[in-house]
Design a protein around this ligand. Structure first.
Ligand code: HEC
Length: 161
């Protein structure tokens, strides 16, 4: 009688231990998943706060990126149509982010079309851009922001490159 009880309680202790292990595993997986989501957001937040405004800004002697690269754009750099208020909605910013992300190589600003097409050829940019040499050198503060975004992108997204 006593022996049977002990066996039963040992079995339940084992079950409890298994359950605990299982729960710990699930908790860990959730923690990893939410950490990933957070860093993805951070990369997007950086884009929205620092990168996206560059597409709206007027550079002396140049047309703003958004003028050629929204509805009129027939190439890969295609921004959302700017609403009358002059500000993209959250949903539009997310789509701009997805689109721009496809034109860069995370961690490699010097291989990223988004940075090379509007950069002067003498500074290492692509030979021709209908939108002109929007950035004369890589020292241009706005070009540097684009480069910063691309350079830190992989890390912020939590991807291992
Ligand atoms: C006057 C219009 C105009 C302006 C302003 C302009 N672009 Fe462009 N851009 C074009 C056209 C047209 C193309 C198509 C290829 C070409 O002729 O360069 C292009 C191509 C590109 C491409 C390559 C897309 C592809 O499919 O290969 C990128 C990236 C780009 N532009 C970025 C920019 C950025 C960033 C700005 C602002 C800093 C900007 N452009 C301003 C007209 C413009």
């Amino acid at each position: 009688m006593t022996g049977t009880m002990r066996t039963a309680s040992t079995a339940s202790a084992t079950r409890q231990q298994m359950l605990k292990t299982l729960l710990t595993g699930i908790t860990l997986q959730c923690a990893v998943a939410s950490a990933g989501a957070q860093s993805l957001n951070y990369d997007y937040e950086f884009f929205k706060a620092r990168v996206e405004p560059i597409f709206l800004q007027k550079r002396a002697g140049h047309t703003r990126c958004v003028v050629c690269h929204a509805e009129r754009s027939n190439n890969a750099f295609r921004l959302e149509k700017l609403p009358a208020g002059g500000r993209w909605t959250e949903e539009q910013s997310r789509r701009n982010y997805e689109m721009a992300s496809r034109l860069v190589v995370p961690g490699e600003p010097d291989s990223s079309l988004l940075l090379l097409q509007p950069l002067a050829p003498e500074a290492g940019g692509n030979p021709y851009h209908s939108g002109g040499r929007q950035f004369e050198t890589k020292d241009d503060p706005q070009w540097k922001i684009l480069a910063e975004w691309v350079a830190g992108k992989a890390a912020r997204e939590g991807r291992a490159y």
